[in-house]
Design a protein around this ligand. Sequence first.
Ligand code: OSB
Ligand code: MG
Length: 367
Amino acid sequence: MRIDEVELRLVRLPYRSPFKTSFAEEREKHAVIVTVRSQGVEGYGEGVMDPFPHYREECIAGAWHLLRNAFVPELVANGCEHPSQLVARWAGWRGNPMAKTALELAVWDCYARQQGVPLRTLLGGTRTEIPVGASLGMNTIPETVENVRRHVEQGYQRIKLKIEPGWDVQLLAAVRAEFPFIELTVDANSAYTLADIGVLREIDQFGLHYIEQPLHWDDMVEHAHLATLLHTNICLDETLTSPARVKAALDLGACSVVNVKVGRVGGLQSVREIHDMCVGLGVPMWCGGMLETGIGRAHNIHLATMPGFVYPGDTASASRTYARDIVEQALEATQGIMPVPEGPGIGVTLDRPFLNEVTEQTEVVRA
Ligand code: OSB
Ligand code: MG
């Protein structure tokens, strides 16, 4: 496909309530929204970098620079036969998976719209709806218990609690006292070290489905050691930045469950490789989230229709996070089931007045 132009937008929109994790308390979304235009058809992608590198190392300013001066000019100059080729074409620019993904996703969406098919069809996605859970930010214990109750009543199929040292065993005891049998997980976002083995062993007693990223955000070796000390499965998030890293983590025994975030692993083609590898090895996967706007959320829903995504993901209703979204479709789960947006590509259209309202910066690169 010939690429006529690419538009980069920096948007900023408020969360309905602050989202607190072991690494930050966030009140608003900053996202890079990429639009690719090709022969009268548009496609959209979303970058999940934050202004500052608290989750992984990428940040918005760096991503914008690379998109504007490396990936977009390369794409516009050379066009694209098929979106599956792009990441390999950009491999000479090392790392920066989130920045690459923002553009790659927009090309996939545009390509699917030109073919007149839903994105999930190009990915071999078989489902028309996906099971979802909810990730609950840190709060007081009574508020968290109420929050769990609300989400369980709404039918969310798995509840994930954010934890950190000093905010773990008591919280789990309170939640388990009220909900002994729900599918429950925790996400430490790298807040522990092996020196915390005592408390990690206590966390091991709560019948959790898995414990997500307990140790350092780039580590595999210590996670592999920890896996031998706990009964609970370890799921990696932050550490898994490419298909090769997923393979290494599985070879080492650093995790037995895989959280896939398309931005973190460098695009949909990487997701497909990870998917096929995990299916081949019988390793369960699920689709993580980064509190995306409707564009990134719709991409997540489509990719999670692939058959290897067997655990409920984090792609919950958009209205949990935003009072108003930048897409026109309401991406809402009912009884823990998220329908796939219908129509070509990712199946959403832009709420342009609101998008313009929340846009802080725009840049267009033409052929
Ligand atoms: O670790 O999964 C995470 C949000 C931002 C950054 C990292 C994470 C999260 C979430 C929220 O847990 C998932 C979502 O609701 O999108
Ligand atoms: Mg996580």
